[in-house]
Design a protein around this ligand. Structure first.
Ligand SMILES: NC(=O)c1ccc[n+]([C@@H]2O[C@H](COP(=O)([O-])OP(=O)(O)OC[C@H]3O[C@@H](n4cnc5c(N)ncnc54)[C@H](O)[C@@H]3O)[C@@H](O)[C@H]2O)c1
Ligand SMILES: [Zn+2]
Length: 365
């Protein structure tokens, strides 16, 4: 097990990473000084696979566990579900000394974190992420929230976890489509910050997605990526310039998610968004086309989803305008300068965005 320290004030926290960490969950939560009562929130799928060992480890360490399950889809990540869960916590007699444990992917983490941020005006919570997306991204950084009928993640709060426990062995039950989508965020991390990680992915992408890495290598990969997220968050907790680089591939990606009415998984849309952002960077003369080809080849090997040519180009361009990250009416993009280094570029025109989207639609119909 390796431990990454996230030095946030006033509550620094530890991120433990390793295969088999779940069996030590109770002990690690004890060491973090958490109260006796815990609400373990998970979804039905993860409950069937990984709830028993998690709950057993907590009970062995003396915790009193209330199990809470919900559908675990983005459609269920809403205020109605949160309200139902508040009711279950009140009925279970949880008080201010209690805490929440999120066992699942980003949907569970965001919703359980939001419940923890707001129940009794905020109680501690622990993240036990079970997808690649949540292990390298969503569980770290304290963004919690739910969707509104008029937009994703529109309601929420910053609430940092007390502890993050990442068991890489849990990834072995993930469907391949989720693995590919999750790896989009790993490729993103390599592009924005880590040329060595990029080179590793060029050597091993098929093995990663086939879950054929040996356990120590997988630990190295996930820990390295959790560390990248943690470093960016530590330098910039509330989404200023630095944290914004995590949005590489996300401006066009979010627009595609929304224009397709969420027909793509988030990571799949980010793969398409990175191809689009790469094209924008090449068109602006800021990125070497040879490096762009390396990015795109890696993404082809990972798996570029099809069907984009069926979406209306104007609709996608229009949806990039609705991006929450857009500032004062200008398109703001995170674009590569070289593999491992990106820049924030303001003032990208609609026409340039349109050309980039068309490029992705033609190249990867
Ligand atoms: N808070 C943040 O900073 C942040 C960052 C990125 C994404 N998100 C949010 O995260 C959500 C997406 O998260 P996600 O990609 O983890 O998807 P997810 O939580 O929807 O999980 C994907 C699917 O995999 C299943 N699953 C989870 N773990 C499994 C396992 N170990 N084995 C088998 N099946 C498993 C789930 O039940 C679900 O069906 C979105 O709601 C997004 O908004 C939040
Ligand atoms: Zn993302």
């Amino acid at each position: 097990m390796q431990t990454i320290a996230l030095a946030l004030e006033p509550h620094p926290y530890a991120i433990h990473v390793g295969h088999g960490v779940l069996s030590r969950l109770g002990e690690l939560c004890r060491a973090a000084g958490l109260g006796r009562q815990v609400a373990l929130i998970t979804d039905h799928t993860v409950a069937g696979l990984h709830l028993a060992p998690a709950a057993a480890s907590l009970r062995e360490a003396g915790f009193e566990v209330t199990e809470v399950r919900f559908a675990g889809t983005d459609a269920a990540k809403n205020l109605r579900t949160a309200e139902k869960i508040f009711g279950q916590l009140i009925q279970a007699g949880l008080d201010r000394t209690a805490w929440v444990l999120a066992l699942g992917g980003g949907v569970v983490g965001d919703l359980a974190g939001f419940v923890a941020a707001t129940f009794l005006r905020g109680i501690p919570f622990v993240q036990v992420p079970t997808t690649i997306v949540s292990q390298v991204d969503a569980s770290i950084g304290g963004k919690t929230g739910v969707n509104h009928a008029l937009g994703k993640n529109m309601i929420g709060a910053f609430h940092q976890p007390r502890l993050v426990c990442i068991d890489t062995a849990l990834l072995h039950t993930l469907p391949r489509r989720e693995l590919v989508a999750g790896m989009a965020e790993v490729v993103k991390h390599a592009l924005i910050r880590d040329p060595e990680l990029f080179a590793f992915l060029e050597r091993h992408i098929e093995q990663v997605v086939g879950l054929e890495l040996d356990p120590d290598e997988l630990d190295w990969l996930i820990a390295g990526n959790a560390r990248i997220k943690a470093e960016v968050v530590a330098a910039d907790e509330k989404e200023g310039e630095l944290r914004a680089i995590l949005n590489y591939g996300h401006t066009i990606g979010h627009a595609i998610e929304s224009a397709s009415q969420y027909g793509y998984l988030h990571g799949e849309a980010v793969i398409l968004g990175m191809v689009g952002a790469g094209e924008l960077a090449v068109q602006r003369g800021m990125w070497d086309p040879v490096e762009r080809e390396r990015q795109d080849l890696l993404l082809v090997r990972l798996g570029i989803p099809s069907g984009l040519s069926r979406l209306n180009t104007d609709l996608i361009v229009e949806r990039t305008r609705a991006d929450k990250k857009r500032l004062e009416g200008r398109h703001r993009f995170v674009l590569p300068r070289r593999i491992g280094q990106v820049e924030i570029v303001d003032g990208v025109s609609d026409a340039q965005v349109r050309a980039a989207v068309e490029y992705v639609q033609t190249r990867h119909p």
